[in-house]
Design a protein around this ligand. Structure first.
Ligand code: SAM
Length: 178
């Protein structure tokens, strides 16, 4: 049986409370793996990436779907584009594999983006964040995101880390404040 990865666990957790009538966001489209998955399961998907190459790959890969709104802009501008409640948001941070490894997600804009996603999330909606620590800047970004998670009160949190020092997946589920 194939081993679990951060990506397979991420998709499994999304399916646990899936609302097929819902709207989802892929904050880092990259090669379109998560965008394609979301399109197969949600009514509408917004995807973001700052690289032209990522946009072209994702649009080609997802050409069979009409329900994708792609934005060639930073996820920190999420609220300018997404102006409706969302059931799910996925962020796969770091850099695009086999591409320009200097084009990475950054602590400040990553935190802005996940805060915007959490604000738009419906109750029990899910926010998935995959963090990578191995590239320059990865540890700092993870520290900033973890600090942000620690300040959230109306959430339920779980995480998955297949091996120490490897990628870490966080799921933040939105709960009503007490
Ligand atoms: C690890 S890759 C994403 C992989 C993708 N989820 C997939 O399924 O192939 C990270 C992506 O984040 C993008 N990125 C970097 N900064 C960004 C930003 N501020 N807003 C949106 N995307 C960004 C990079 O261009 C890169 O494609």
């Amino acid at each position: 049986m194939p081993k679990d990865t951060v990506s397979t666990v991420c998709h499994r957790w999304i399916l646990e409370t899936l609302d097929p009538e819902g709207v989802a966001v892929d904050g880092t489209a990259g090669n379109g793996n998560d965008t394609l998955f979301l399109l197969q399961h949600f009514r509408k998907v917004y995807a973001f990436d700052i690289q032209q190459q990522a946009m072209e790959t994702t649009l080609k890969r997802c050409a069979d779907f009409q329900n994708l709104i792609f934005s060639l802009s930073g996820h920190e501008h999420l609220k300018d584009i997404v102006q409706e409640p969302i059931q799910c948001a996925v962020f796969n941070f770091g850099y695009l594999p086999h591409s320009d490894s200097s084009c990475i997600t950054l602590p400040k804009t990553s935190v802005q983006a996940v805060q915007a996603a959490l604000d738009l999330l419906t109750e029990n909606g899910t926010l998935l964040m995959a963090c990578y620590l191995g590239h320059p800047g990865g540890k700092e970004e993870h520290a900033a995101l973890f600090q942000w998670i620690r300040t959230q009160t109306a959430i339920q949190l779980r995480s998955y880390c297949p091996h120490p020092g490897g990628p870490i997946l966080y799921e933040v589920r939105k709960k009503h404040p007490l």
